[in-house]
Design a protein around this ligand. Structure first.
Ligand SMILES: C[S@@+](CC[C@H](N)C(=O)[O-])C[C@H]1O[C@@H](n2cnc3c(N)ncnc32)[C@H](O)[C@@H]1O
Length: 479
């Protein structure tokens, strides 16, 4: 701490004890400073319980951001990170924190965010439903090719630096680090990525140049059906280039017979998205299968599907419990994707009305409903905002409404339409509790009471938390 009485500034070194995590997964502690007073300090990769020497990186109005210089005490919640890339790769925010404590921190974050909006009242946030084993949980992982390899601290810098296959380095979007091990992707993914990297280098295939937008190989997306064991490899390239891509694909499949299908996606546009405008199936059927909630889903490279199969099964169970079995017949599933939640909770003699923007997901949802013999399932294609009113017209009153919107939450203009459904029960599945908290204010104003808050950890080692919020209509004229 400086002897002069001034505000902390960049380069100052201070000692901080970490108390909790914030919504970005950073450790937060407090420091007392002469005259300036007590202020919060945010440090990446710093677990609660640890004491560290840190260096101020920047001062913001609400906190000081600092970087780790030296551990002074690891504290009792620290564990050795699983992965050698932890700290450089942006995938995991707090792999060095005991898993049980991660769940406690997530619960605290949910309560803090709901309380800040004044929507929790007397309701207790329930313990976060975690995984028995929080490793190898992702059924889908996107790996990026790049021509500027990031050299990790302490790593061998002798290898070629013009080729990488792995993850973008946080804050350096032109650089990609080779990922040689990963404990959150499904187990087979690692060897496939390592082979793809060596084969592409051996065969002289150029990686995408992230600055100049030239080169052939852009992404390798790997996806697995946990129940079927099938593996899909989706290779996104900037051109068809069959003379180079086909031999590469054949060599990868020969090295990894566990790849049951390989699809090439061609995307020549500069924007960095792992999706082809044209797809070519180079091996197998072009799809894999996954079962959940009594439905077998057929997944193409572009189908939306929950990323953590085991926890998504628990999510379906929680939604089923919240919907209950007390005679509900008419279920509205807004933002339904391929119908996972609605199909799982609607009784055989019930009626399901789903709303979804993506045409391919709607087509899939219709096919699954037919396969399940659900005669009374309708899926309305289009933006919920535009289609809700007309999709509801002339239909039976809703018993239950499920909403599972993307991170942005509900569009403010959708709220009156939801309220007009006047469903006695509303189950809101949220992947952004911050935005759900904002929507709860509006739903409460329209007569809904919050009954339960049940978080689930779908993304261990990250601050993302899925939350099932159950609401009941108190005043049916509230709309
Ligand atoms: C979080 S996902 C939920 C999917 C589904 N409930 C599941 O668990 O598989 C959100 C879905 O909302 C769809 N979506 C996003 N914005 C939409 C909108 N404005 N209108 C209709 N659907 C939308 C997305 O395509 C996506 O399928």
């Amino acid at each position: 701490m400086p002897s002069v009485e001034r505000k902390p500034r960049k380069g100052d070194r201070i000692v901080v004890s970490i108390e909790r995590l914030d919504a970005k997964g950073q450790g937060i502690g407090h420091v007392d400073w002469p005259v300036y007073g007590r202020f919060p300090v945010a440090v990446r990769h710093a677990p609660p319980g640890a004491t560290l020497l840190v260096e101020v990186v920047r001062r913001r109005s609400s906190k000081v951001e600092a970087r780790h210089i030296e551990w002074l005490d690891h504290g009792s919640e620290f564990v050795d990170p699983l992965c050698k890339h932890y700290g450089t790769c942006g995938g995991c925010a707090f792999q060095n924190l005991k898993y049980e404590r991660q769940l406690v921190e997530l619960k605290g974050l949910v309560a803090e965010i709901l309380n800040a909006r004044n929507v929790l009242g007397d309701v207790q946030v329930e313990p976060v439903i975690g995984m028995d084993d929080p490793r190898w949980y992702r059924n889908k992982m996107d790996f990026t090719f790049g021509n500027r390899r990031w050299i990790e601290a302490g790593a061998d810098s002798d290898g070629p630096q013009g080729f990488a296959l792995g993850m973008h380095v946080p804050f350096r979007h032109d650089k990609v680090m080779d990922v040689n091990e990963c404990y959150i992707a499904f187990p087979e993914a690692q060897n496939i990525v390592n082979s793809a990297r060596s084969l592409a280098k051996e065969m002289g295939l150029e990686p995408w140049n992230l600055r100049e937008h030239v080169g052939l190989l852009r992404y390798l997306v790997l996806r697995k059906g946990f129940h079927s064991g099938e593996v899909l490899a989706y290779l996104v390239t900037s051109a068809e280039a069959a003379d180079r891509v086909d031999p590469f694909a054949a060599a990868l499949i020969q090295a990894h017979p566990e790849i049951t299908t390989l699809v090439q996606g061609i995307n020549e546009l500069p924007a960095g998205v792992a999706v082809g405008h044209v797809d070519r199936v180079l091996h197998g059927p072009g799809v894999i299968h996954e079962s959940m909630g009594g439905v077998t889903f057929e997944l193409s490279p572009k189908s939306f599907f929950q990323t953590n199969t085991l926890q998504a099964e628990r999510l379906v169970e929680v939604v089923r419990e919240e919907v209950g079995s007390d005679g509900h017949k008419v279920v509205y599933d807004l933002y339904c994707g391929t119908g996972l939640l609605g199909l799982a909770v609607t009784p055989e003699d019930g009626e399901l009305i789903g709303f979804e923007r993506e045409a391919s997901s709607v087509a899939d949802a219709r096919a699954y409903a037919e396969r399940l013999g659900m005669g009374h399932a309708t899926f309305v294609e289009g933006d919920v905002l535009e289609r809700l009113e007309e999709g509801v017209a002339g239909r039976t009153k809703a018993d239950v409404v499920i909403v599972d919107p993307p991170r942005v939450g509900l569009h403010p203009k959708v709220l009156p339409g939801i309220a007009a459904l006047a469903a006695p029960k509303l189950v809101y599945v949220s992947c952004s509790i911050k935005n759900a908290a904002r929507d709860l204010i509006e739903l409460k104003a329209r007569g809904y009471r919050l009954d339960r808050v049940r978080p689930l950890d779908l993304f261990p080692h990250t601050p993302h938390v899925e939350v099932v919020l159950t609401l009941t209509l108190e005043n049916s004229t509230g709309a």
